[in-house]
Design a protein around this ligand. Sequence first.
Ligand code: ATP
Ligand code: MG
Length: 379
Amino acid sequence: MVRYGELSTKGKNRGYFINRLAKNIREVLADMPELKITAVRDRAHIELNGADYAEVSNRLTKVFGIQNFSPSIKVEKSMPIIKEEVVALFKEIYSEGQTFKIATRRADHNFEFSYAKVQMKKPDITLRVEIRQDATYLSFEDIKGAGGMPVGTAGRGHLMLSGGIDSPVAGYLALKRGVEIEAVHFASPPYTSPGALKKAKDLAAKLTVFGGSITFIEVPFTEIQEEIKAKAPQAYLMTITRRFMMRVVDRVREERGGKVIINGESLGQVASQTLGSMSAINEVTNTPVIRPVVTMDKNEIIEIAEKIDTFNLSILPFEDCCTVFAPPSPKTNMKREWMLRGWLTVRSKELCSQQLLVKTGTKLKKKNLLISYNKKCYL
Ligand code: ATP
Ligand code: MG
């Protein structure tokens, strides 16, 4: 029995939230066909039909929008049967000396009965008997859910996913507030290896456990980076590169119906993440850019990366496109005019008219569906 989180307060949107949550639950459990999943107004039910409870429970704890859930036994709505099952369950979970309490809720008011109530302040066992329209449900433990909002209910966003530690964490935090994510990764072969690309894909795949599939979009970035390297003043190379990235991501977002860009910038972490640099990078778009880890220290980010199991993958030694081209001394205290001068030089005619191919999108999970599209992406 699954109880919803914050979405209970969403008034008219409630139906939409519940449907989306049910879809996300179905998706993370898609490979277990024996399960029967139903979602109603205030609860969702997952009938195990012999499936491995531990596995289902483990996956459910990661799905955003669930407040908590309880393994329950569904029994017929008849007093003798309820009594029999309660006693049987109790015998199974009770060990000598423990206190207990039976909490009863009766949603179906046509069901009449009387009972003797044992009440203690802090019982070791709380045995719940819920009498609902369809059946009676017995349970004795609540497992904490992931909270947050069902993924997708806030709309779609585009995550700038590098192979680092920060951006997967940023993606996770955006998923938590209901943003459905498409991952956009810039690759610069042959400077960056197929291993680096695979690592970014694997990181995106890791995030699918929080509520469904994630489309992975690879952006070939070599030509632009070579052009920047050749023409931009070295001190502004990083900022200009980031500006291009932001611009391209914004085009991809526009084409794919995204409402927001998400990245893993953290204030002051590196030269391109000072406030001056961040605003210069941001100038190329009016789209909201959310930076979920912007105020976190690196160790706080790492703590989350460990919790969501992306850390060990993130620290694998593959070069990112930005590290390959990184200048020895990037500007921390940048002059906007100088940066713009470099930007305009790089945005030469050839580069402006060049078609940027957004090569492949891989829908991770399920059957690795490949969508390839090659619309123009003007810079
Ligand atoms: P991370 O920040 O993920 O640990 P990083 O530290 O290597 O990786 P930064 O140099 O801090 O990356 O880059 C800041 C942000 O820019 C990243 O968090 C990410 O959102 C974006 N970014 C950097 N490189 C790429 C890339 N190759 N593809 C997509 N986005 C990128
Ligand atoms: Mg970083």
